[in-house]
Design a protein around this ligand. Sequence first.
Ligand SMILES: O=C(O)c1cc(=O)[nH]c(=O)n1[C@@H]1O[C@H](COP(=O)(O)O)[C@@H](O)[C@H]1O
Length: 244
Amino acid sequence: MPDTSALRNPVFVAVDTLDLAEARAWSAALTGVVGGIKLGLTFFSAHGAAGVRAVMGVDAPPLFLDLKFHDIPNTVAGAVRAVAPLAPAIINVHATGGRAMMRAALDAAGDEAARLHLPTPKVIAVTVLTSLDDPDLEATGVAPPVLSQVRRLAALSVDAGLDGVVCSPREVAVLRADLGTAPLLVTPGVRPDTALAQDQKRITTPAQALRSGASHLVIGRPITGAADPADAARRILADLESRP
Ligand SMILES: O=C(O)c1cc(=O)[nH]c(=O)n1[C@@H]1O[C@H](COP(=O)(O)O)[C@@H](O)[C@H]1O
């Protein structure tokens, strides 16, 4: 069973597509190349649990099931129990759901994994989406800067007992200093020098994210949008390995 603690390869590929055949092709091509596969709202809304099973072959790397749960504690606990049989290595919730909701997710993940005799998934919390900058955050009624809100929500998540947070690579160094070495710091918003930012606003390169202290990098379109996704992933990994 996949165990993220044993993971040496930090790159999770974001498989964001409505097309089951395409998701299966990317998964097959990237198995043995990337450290994990992330399936999220686009794919899960189209294909659900059966789709996840179809994409995650027996030799597939660990699964990050990114459904960003955000609801009252009882509802989130039910959703976590519902996806537990898929044996995700990592699941996530929104930290803005609050302490009780995060605890409910954590407890449900532990209880249901034990009942099913599966490893307990890591439960992490999204702080501030990497598609938001200071003005975007302010428009939601939260005072900028983004960094302050990320620090507040990361501290709350870890204090609630979660295994880590999702943040942009720009906040990782500060969060490492705040929280120490233990929490997972998972960073989307990662773009090689030559790639477009697209809808991501708080980005760095893969090497900068890792150097700052990220434990896992989530990279989607720079890999899946390439003519040869496995080659694109290998180039990113080679670049990471060549830098101290
Ligand atoms: O939780 C996430 O994975 C996530 C959080 C966040 O703040 N920003 C973010 O981009 N993501 C996800 O990370 C992936 C990034 O994909 P690309 O922008 O294509 O590299 C997408 O699947 C997003 O849903």
